[in-house]
Design a protein around this ligand. Structure first.
Ligand code: GLU
Length: 365
């Protein structure tokens, strides 16, 4: 039995490797299936994660391999998808999301913008590992030039698990992507029956299925009883209102995150500057506070033209602008957590090196 499961996982990783090398066969196969003219066309772009994960036992919900099942397998596991949309899959990558990098991020974003030009797609779903899902979602929220729905989805349990959450999450995501209500709401994150904005949602728990939360600003809506309910709109600029354009970019400026803690020191700042960082996000304590030692490093970096952005590792709340920011040309991250502040900082740095301009971006996005 174990041998059979191992063989299955292995054959799936072959499919995944094959599809990573060339995603066309999957796409063509999916597109040759007859389209129901009454349904919207939803493109599912797959990147890996637990939703594409498999373990050798149904009860193993942590020691599994993520990013091994191909998009075709995920689609075939949910035949009900055909009732809500004409779905078509494409493998962008098949990785664990801790390995998501700027290269794949740009590839994914450019692919969505390219598909938008064809008008053949009404909505997008991106499958993704949950660990850095919010970072990709916020990046897409800032660079996708469309009001069409884009929904990022993952799962906390692998496809092989008892009560795997991936299939229903995928079904819900496709349903949202095919809906009129989801238009012009920016990039959405949907897991566990919730619908949230890429700007607000964050992962809050290492293992539970209710991990994606938005404590400060709340969810935009929910999906219940097979119906979509929207209650709120995101108030920050996104997608069609965003000035960030990745069309001609092949790389993004290096921005690093430095954690604040008792007895910290300046050497991480010096190391980041030496390594070529153009921006540093401080995951500070409390209201983005910085110790005197770390402040020395931050000031020295700012004097060298590195943009310093104060955020907080508390997990909730706004980092307010203080005297020290004006004195040292620092930027504050508003309510963006450090990992999302890094995303906006990279894009902001493609436009300007002026801390005042960058602060303006942080005030509106
Ligand atoms: N660490 C893996 C990833 O982010 C699995 C986590 C998940 O998808 O839930 O891809």
């Amino acid at each position: 039995m174990i041998f059979l499961i191992a063989l299955y996982v292995f054959s799936e990783s072959i499919t995944a490797t094959h599809s990573l090398a060339s995603n066309r066969p999957i796409e063509e196969k999916a597109e040759t299936t007859s389209k129901n003219q009454k349904l919207k066309n939803v493109k599912i772009l797959a990147t890996g994660g637990t939703i594409a994960g498999s373990a050798s036992s149904k009860t193993d919900t942590t020691g599994y391999q993520a990013g091994v099942l191909g998009i075709e397998t995920l689609i075939n596991a949910v035949p009900e998808l055909k009732q809500v949309a004409n779905v078509c899959g494409e493998q962008i990558a098949n990785i664990r999301s801790q390995n998501m990098d700027n290269k794949i991020l740009l590839k994914l974003s450019k692919r969505i913008n390219e598909l938008l030009k064809t008008k053949a797609v009404d909505g997008f779903v991106v499958t993704h590992g949950t660990d850095t899902l919010e970072e990709t979602a916020y990046f897409l929220n800032l660079v996708i030039k469309s009001s069409k729905p884009v929904v990022i989805v993952g799962s906390m349990r692998p496809a092989s698990a008892l009560s795997a959450d991936g299939p229903l999450n995928l079904y819900n995501a496709v349903k949202i992507a095919a809906s009129e209500e989801a238009k012009n709401k920016g990039v959405l994150i949907s897991l566990n029956g919730r619908i949230g904005s890429a700007r607000y949602i964050t992962k809050t728990n290492t293992t539970t299925t209710d991990t994606f939360q938005s404590e400060e600003q709340g969810y935009l809506g929910a999906i219940a009883g097979n119906k979509i309910y929207f209650y709120n709109e995101p108030t920050r600029k996104h997608t069609t209102e965003s000035v960030f354009d990745i069309t001609k970019l092949d790389e993004l400026p290096q921005v690093d995150i430095i954690y604040g803690y008792q007895n910290d020191n300046r050497y991480f700042y010096d190391a980041a500057v030496k390594a070529g960082a153009k921006g540093i996000i401080i995951a500070g304590v409390g209201n983005g506070s910085i110790s005197d030692h770390a402040l020395e490093g931050a000031k020295a970096a700012a004097k060298k033209g590195v943009i310093i952005i104060r955020s907080s590792h508390v997990g909730n709340g706004i980092v307010t602008r203080e005297k020290t920011d004006d004195e040292n040309n620092f930027v504050t991250a508003d309510s963006l957590n450090p990992q999302k502040a890094r995303i906006l900082a990279m894009l902001a740095l493609t436009k300007t090196n002026d801390p005042k301009e960058i602060q303006r971006f942080f005030n509106v996005y």
